[in-house]
Design a protein around this ligand. Structure first.
Ligand code: T1G
Ligand code: NAD
Length: 715
């Protein structure tokens, strides 16, 4: 939206970020703080000045608040959190808007999130145009609405709807916002300023006057409201267990039901400040910025992406079909290549099956499914890939098979096509060597299920061209994936750290901890599953194959625990065989501890002459996280990961590391690298090879600094 020229008092920064102009008798107040009009101090000051001006100017009959650029207001300025708060604080700004003697209209386009929606809720009337997204996502930052949202939203849309928005953090589109009562009307055009002005003039003509939300009667049905609050308490105590702010949100909404507005607002402030001080807020805000920084690789600013209008996928198995779904969901056409018609049929059926279940659940419209399937083509001839812009190979994890596929791709694809492999472990530079154009070959490492998991490791071999890397990041953005740049080594960033995590867990198990205690301790720490539940989910046979492949190159001095091999030798591969480390009675996804497994563990200890000892849950967590952090420091030191934040984003989005802790490197910084080094020195006495401290940790600890010092200013 193009905003009118400033007529505010002389050149305070506030006057640049919040401008105002009289359109007849309507004062238009424009918030202009790129990139997302965050409510930083100057914007807050500018809004108060604008409302004061409106009340003081008799020529003003109504006010319209609107955002410049692509959004209304995306919330408080997250970068201000953790810094000393400066007045006017946002609750006061919102109260000032609500107290205006002239009707105030919030004209919403793009994002109206968090404090941005709270500004709109403080206005007396709200209009939105198509494409608007409204929400109170503070919970995703370890926070809660802190500018009246917990008191005004329930009054406007009821306790249940308000709690759903605040506890899920999801965005409501314009239509849903109207249905909920978050906005009063939808604009017929996309011209948000014109729509806002028209609405304001109508209100003036009708002498509609002001309509403070604080006195809205959205909590009429006390019984229903109490039931919604109790249901939210249960949900928070179970599904959001371990998170700090959700229960504070429920407490605040409860106050909206029982307390007068200003007392509820005061309680909200108290609870908000508690959330602001919680370490979870620090971890989640770190994660917010780290994800965005990870998308900025040197190549993305050095080169322009190539064309990306069509995609080929070779291999229609677990990953090929999942990747096809992700590409179709992004609106792109897909051509799948398989060895034979039967395999191709399985790949297509997998894609259709996923869409059918979404349609059945009402999460996808049948028409959208048909449109997506119409963009799906399949063939057993590689010639079908002659004109695609990008090809992703997802065939068997076998070097010879992959090299044959890339030689074929080299023959059929057009010059400039990007050739990507989804290999989990294999040397991408060797695969690239099977073509005459290694500079066009890159790794795109998806995670299963590829249409669901957000993480995408962009694996950069030494000979790849910068614009190919830039194309990979652009592709990730199109698929709404969180991309992380990784160098080539065994397992790249994620699987390399997973292997060390698993090894440390196996050492603990053989030394005396039960696999079930280890899993429970890691769940308490915040992982959705412990390491042995993950093995059973992914399939013990996959790891077994990898261990056998590595046997010839394994360091003979390294300790090797054979417990998992004993289970695999019995065919106990996990969920897919009904038992692994746990037993899975027919159709049950949550396994039961298995005394036979504990007996096998005991046998192995005896065979190795190990006298089992007990470990506390804390010791288990310390050892497993320290193992990850130590190896991750090597990954950063070797340049496999550009920065520590890239490791954090990888483990949070691909390996279940609890997001509210920010990631292993952020977590290590909260503990202090000197303490991490002390733990490493302690463990090193037991096994100098496995626990050899990373030189990077030694260096940073000696310098008394942190991993984040390597991330650059923002993260
Ligand atoms: N504060 C500061 N910077 C922000 C920001 C914010 N609220 N939102 C985005 N940015 C930066 C972001 O880091 C990036 O910077 C650039 O803007 C573009 O963002 C009291 C306490 C709005 C949907 O949680 O969800 O209000 O990397 O890449 O994909 O109750 O940004 O370019 O340098 O994400 O188009 C609540 C957070 C705050 C919304 C746009 N608000 N933002 O998505 O662009 S807490 C939120 C978003 C609060 C009050 C409480 C998204 C977006 P850079 P982007 P996008
Ligand atoms: P899969 O066995 O499920 O599927 C492989 C498919 O490739 C099969 O359908 C097979 O018919 C097809 N294929 C084999 N040779 C072919 C050829 N020459 N031309 C065309 N199609 C051919 O395997 P998957 O689990 O989907 O794994 C595929 C790749 O993705 C592997 O490199 C694997 O390491 C990697 N990967 C797997 C996962 C996972 O969790 N499964 C995760 C990330 C990466």
């Amino acid at each position: 939206m193009n905003h009118p020229t400033a007529s505010a008092s002389p050149a305070s920064p506030a006057s640049f970020m919040v401008t105002r102009q009289l359109h007849g008798d309507v004062l238009v107040v424009v918030v202009d703080n790129p990139p997302v009009n965050a409510l930083g101090i100057d914007v807050r000051r500018g809004l108060v000045e604008a409302l004061d001006a409106a009340d003081a100017d008799t020529a003003v009959a109504a006010v319209v608040i609107v955002g410049a650029g692509r959004n209304f207001i995306a919330g408080a300025d997250i970068r201000e959190f953790g810094k000393p708060p400066q007045p006017p604080h946002l609750p006061a700004v919102c109260n000032r808007i609500e107290a205006c003697a002239k009707p105030v209209v919030a004209a919403i386009h793009g994002a109206a999130l968090g404090g941005g929606l709270e500004v709109a809720l403080a206005a007396h009337y709200r209009i939105a145009v198509a494409g608007a997204k409204l929400g109170l996502p503070e919970v995703k930052l370890g926070l809660m609405p802190g500018a009246g949202g917990t008191q005004r939203a329930p009054r406007l849309i009821g306790a249940a709807a308000a709690l759903d928005l605040m506890l899920s953090g999801r965005h409501a589109g314009a239509d849903e916002a109207l249905a909920l009562g978050l906005v009063d009307r939808l604009g017929k055009t996309g011209d948000v300023l014109a729509e806002g002005l028209a609405y304001a003039r109508e209100l003036i003509a009708e002498r509609a006057g002001v309509r403070p939300t604080r006195s809205a009667r959205g909590l009429p049905d006390e019984t229903a409201s109490r039931a919604a609050i109790e249901a939210a308490r249960k949900q928070t105590a179970t599904r959001l267990r371990g998170l700090f702010s959700p229960m504070k949100i429920v407490d605040a909404v409860h106050a909206a039901l029982d307390l007068p507005f200003d007392e509820g607002l005061a309680l909200e402030r108290e609870l908000f400040l508690e959330c602001l001080d919680s370490p979870q807020r620090a971890g989640l805000v770190y994660a917010f910025f780290a994800e965005r920084e990870a998308a900025k690789a040197p190549e993305t600013s050095a080169a322009k992406p190539r064309a990306l209008a069509s995609v080929g996928i070779v291999g229609g198995g677990t990953m090929g079909a999942g990747i096809a779904l992700a590409v179709l969901d992004a609106g792109l056409p897909v051509t799948m290549i398989e060895r034979d018609e039967a395999a191709l049929g399985r790949g297509r059926a997998h894609v259709a099956r996923v869409y059918d279940s979404l349609v059945d659940k009402g999460r996808l419209d049948a028409r959208d499914k048909a449109n997506a399937m119409a963009r799906f083509a399949g063939s057993t001839s590689y010639d079908a890939l002659a004109n695609v812009d990008l090809v992703i190979e997802a065939v068997f994890e076998d070097m010879a098979v992959k090299k044959a596929v890339f030689a074929e791709l080299d023959r059929v694809t057009k010059p400039g096509a990007v050739l990507a492999t989804n290999t989990s472990y294999l040397d991408i530079d060797e695969i690239a060597g099977a073509t005459a154009r290694p500079s066009d070959v890159i790794g795109l490492h998806f995670f299963s299920p590829a249409n669901v998991m957000k993480l995408l490791e962009v694996v950069v071999p030494p000979r790849v061209a910068a614009d190919v890397v830039a194309t990979a990041f652009e592709f990730a953005r199109r698929l709404s994936k969180i991309a992380v740049r990784a160098g080539v080594c065994d397992g790249f960033i994620g699987n390399r750290l997973l292997a060390v995590y698993r090894t440390a867990a196996d050492y603990l198990m053989e030394d005396g901890a039960s696999p079930y205690q280890i899993d429970r301790a890691m769940r308490e720490f915040g992982y959705p599953m412990g390491p042995y539940q993950v093995v059973d989910l992914a399939g013990g046979d996959i790891g077994w194959a990898a261990r056998k492949r590595r046997a010839s190159t394994r360091d003979p001095r390294a300790r090797y625990v054979e417990i998992a091999d004993r289970l695999c030798e019995r065919g106990w591969f996990g969920q897919k065989t009904g038992r692994g480390f746990y037993r899975y009675p027919e159709g049950v996804r949550t396994g039961a501890p298995d005394p036979e497994v504990e007996a096998i563990v005991d046998e192995e200890r005896k065979r190795r002459g190990i006298v089992p000892r007990s470990f506390s849950d804390d010791e288990i967590v310390t050892r497993l996280i320290t193992a990850i952090v130590n190896e991750a420091a090597n990954v950063v030191r070797e340049g496999i990961a550009l920065r520590p934040l890239d490791v954090d984003v990888t483990l949070v989005h691909g390996y279940g590391f609890p997001r509210h802790r920010g990631g292993p490197m952020k977590y290590a910084d909260t503990i202090g690298l000197a303490n991490v080094l002390a733990d490493l020195r302690r463990f090193e006495k037991e096994d100098p090879l496995f626990w050899k401290p990373s030189p990077l940790i030694v260096e940073l600890a000696e310098r008394g600094t942190s991993f984040s010092s390597l991330d650059g200013a923002r993260a």
